[in-house]
Ligand binder design. Structure first.
Ligand code: ATP
Length: 135
């Protein structure tokens, strides 16, 4: 089976690098499935999961938005933050979810805080969902 090199990089440094058979994720334009030899492209990413397939094995990474660059033999994901499922602190994500929900319920803040709380909630829900995919 052919493989494609994947690198996930954040402002704090590299998070993941490996050769995989397929990269799947959700771009702003919809679901993307990238196989070796894919046409070059750049796409913005939403808060979501990246699935890395190798044989019958799937690994998941939680990303908090960023960009995906595809070249025929390499996929680079530049993310604001990214965690492999095994690195996610589930307790922390559950607490972040609770905090964000609390803020959204209070609704006392200006719009900008409301948006921030919504994004924090999305990040927390994404981390919880990726952490639950641990093998
Ligand atoms: P929190 O409120 O818990 O800090 P957050 O969504 O505000 O969550 P970010 O600003 O997205 O956090 O990330 C800050 C740093 O902390 C990043 O390096 C990110 O990878 C890491 N991080 C955040 N939440 C978790 C988690 N649940 N498990 C592991 N690492 C995390």
């Amino acid at each position: 089976m052919k493989t494609i090199k994947v690198s996930v990089v954040t402002p704090d440094g590299p998070v993941y690098e490996s050769d995989v058979e397929m990269v799947s994720t959700k771009a702003s334009t919809g679901e993307l499935g990238i196989l070796p030899g894919h046409i070059p492209m750049v796409a913005p990413l939403q808060i979501g999961a990246v699935r890395l397939k190798n044989g019958s094995k799937n690994e998941f990474i939680a990303v908090s938005g960023g960009f995906l660059e595809v070249r025929p033999e390499q996929v680079t994901i530049l993310a604001q933050s990214a965690e492999q499922s095994s690195e996610i602190d589930l307790e922390r994500a559950l607490k972040a979810k609770e905090r964000a929900e609390q803020r959204l319920h209070e609704r006392k803040q200006e719009n900008i805080d409301f948006k921030r709380a919504e994004l924090a909630l999305q990040r927390a829900i994404n981390r919880i969902s990726v952490a639950e995919r641990r093998i």
